[in-house]
Design a protein around this ligand. Structure first.
Ligand code: ATP
Ligand code: MG
Length: 559
């Protein structure tokens, strides 16, 4: 799959107009994650949009860590985010940290104080909320709103010097307590947090709020188009206010698009963290997670994820994308790339009674019928084989074209075999099939004597390599994931844990062909009839490799 670029959308149209009328000389965008978790597929969309938009206009994109909340942030997340952006195939121009601008931000705050546009407020968080009013009622002025410039400068300096306890004071913008836009009712600019920061250590005990910090970060970096998701549309007037009143040299502008939602997928870092912390998954990179690292471990390719981002477009309204669309693109990508081999996930032994004991032959097998460049391999065939338990039925329903007593099937790349006898254990379970093969029917021999309807896969017992297979189902069941809203966090968390699918992972032990005894980490294969698999980069089972199923071969949903 070739490198995708960006199709025209409402954001590229805005950028194009700005470029054409000369309002913008160089297009600069940024991807601004908070390092408080691992990136997920929704972030991939934002990464793709920011990088491809800038690239389309010969501009550049910064990776900027929005590390203004030391309570939740960590170096581990910084490292994983860098790795994920790179893996997705994007190269940032500058690597930036909001915390590098703490000094400038504090200077901006002082400038606002001087302009009587900011004040230190002693109301508690609950009181601030109470005074803020509602959509229908205007807010009330804080009793601290009229503090003098001198008093505010002094108090702000002392906040910074660490004289006050967490929560005892904040710095607020002084805008309009009656504004119909609640975001303009004297929003908080700084809060006190006596918490060391993963980069600045103990240098600061006041930290800027996101809405104040973000426009300053953008302006300092010369970001021209600050792309964010729709929830921030109401924050835009405050964004513009900060840029204007802080007298920033670059006038950055914010544009909002609809965040990506995917069925059966949670996309809130808070909820994903809950899954990790509660041990519901093995970690952020568990293949069931919608994180970039989870998708990578499962076997997704950057090409497939980029194609998915491109195909789902850039919208102004919320929508939910069917997860099967993501699966479609990984299938499309692996169809040509992945060698096609055979694996038996739930083995049933077959003995070919008319095949000489000790004899072995090597049969030619194409690696990928759709991609001759992948060439041929040789697979061993002998008297004892494994087939899939599912490929045999004692009493089959009509139109069952696989093995049952008396039936004949084709073994992929090999011969026709006929089931002559069924061996059972003491409890009546089928443990072995005794079959005969027809030497005339060797694959590729041009045999036209008779036809069989079923073709099944197999592995020669003498050369079989034991392997573990991990099969996945959605981790959560939700057709319409709701947007993340902090206020409903608790209620939602409860509901969310109810949606967890207890059968999201099945582990089976079976066999692969000898050539797959020691595959490269992350190598991808199509296992005949089972789908696409990827070699787990972390775990190895006792007998051999661990294969994660990326996706089954077909879905009912094709685009
Ligand atoms: P979460 O709600 O999962 O914690 P977030 O928005 O808080 O995500 P940030 O680290 O702040 O995470 O996000 C970095 C960037 O990624 C932001 O610009 C944000 O708008 C964008 N982003 C996050 N989730 C999505 C999504 N589902 N679709 C598109 N963009 C997203
Ligand atoms: Mg966020």
């Amino acid at each position: 799959m070739s490198r995708v670029s960006i199709p025209e959308n409402f954001i590229t149209q805005i950028v194009r107009e700005d470029v054409e009328k000369g309002a913008v000389r160089e297009v600069v965008t940024r991807f601004p994650p908070e390092p408080n978790g691992y990136l997920h597929i929704g972030h991939a969309k934002s990464i793709w949009l920011n990088f491809e938009t800038a690239r389309a206009f010969g501009g550049r994109t910064n990776l900027r860590f929005d590390d203004t909340n030391p309570l939740k942030e960590d170096e581990e997340f910084v490292r994983s985010i860098e790795e994920d952006v790179r893996w997705l195939g994007f190269a940032w121009d500058k690597l930036c940290f909001a915390s590098d601008y703490f000094e400038e931000m504090a200077a901006c705050a002082e400038r606002l104080i001087h302009k009587r546009l900011a004040y230190v407020c002693d109301l508690s968080a609950a009181e601030i909320r109470e005074y803020r009013g509602t959509l229908k009622e205007p807010g009330m002025a804080s009793p601290y709103r009229e503090r003098s410039v001198e008093e505010n400068l002094d108090l702000f300096a002392r906040m910074r010097a660490g004289e006050f306890a967490n929560g005892s004071k904040v710095l607020r913008a002084r805008i309009d307590m009656a504004s119909p836009n609640i975001n303009l009712r004297d929003p908080v600019l700084y809060r006190i947090a006596h918490t060391p920061h993963h980069r600045t250590g103990d240098a600061w005990c006041i930290y800027p709020m996101y809405d104040f910090a973000h426009p300053i970060e953008d302006a300092i970096e010369g970001v021209t188009h600050s792309i964010c998701t729709l929830e921030f549309a109401d924050h835009r007037p405050f964004y513009d206010w900060v840029i204007r009143e802080c007298e920033m040299e670059t006038v950055s502008r914010q544009y909002e698009f609809a965040r990506l939602n995917v069925t059966n997928t949670v996309m809130s870092k808070r909820k994903l963290k809950l899954l990790v912390d509660q041990g519901i998954v093995d970690g952020w990179d568990d293949p069931r997670m919608p994180t970039i690292s989870g998708l990578r471990r499962k076997g997704y390719t950057p090409e497939a994820i980029r194609a998915f981002c491109q195909e789902t477009g850039v919208a102004k309204n919320y929508g939910v994308v069917d997860e099967r669309l993501l699966e479609h693109f990984v299938r499309e990508d692996l169809k040509q790339k992945a060698p096609r081999t055979m694996a038996v996930l739930r083995p049933l032994k077959v003995t070919i009674t008319n095949y000489p004991a000790g004899q072995l032959e090597w049969l030619d097998a194409e690696n990928n019928a759709e991609n001759p460049e992948l060439g041929l391999r040789q697979i061993p065939f002998g008297r004892e084989l494994y087939i899939e338990q599912d490929d045999f039925m004692d009493a089959p329903p009509p139109k069952y074209f696989r093995l049952f007593p008396g039936a004949e099937v084709r073994l992929k790349h090999a011969y026709f075999i006929r089931c002559q006898e069924v061996v059972r254990n003491a409890s009546g379970e089928v443990i072995e099939l005794l079959c005969t093969y027809d030497p005339e029917t060797r694959s590729g021999s041009g045999f036209a004597g008779r036809k069989v309807k079923g073709t099944i896969h197999w592995v020669a017992a003498s050369h079989a390599v034991q392997a573990e297979f991990r099969l996945f189902e959605p981790l959560v069941h939700s057709d319409a994931p709701v947007m993340d809203a902090e206020e409903t966090a608790v209620a939602e968390e409860h509901g969310f844990l109810q949606q967890i699918n207890p059968q999201s992972r099945t582990v089976v032990t079976g066999y692969v062909e000898a050539a797959l005894a020691d595959p490269e980490s992350g190598a991808k294969f199509q296992f005949f009839r089972h789908g696409y698999f990827s070699v787990d980069p972390v775990d190895r089972a006792q007998g051999g490799p661990v294969f994660n199923r990326v996706v089954a071969l077909k879905s009912s949903f094709e685009v």
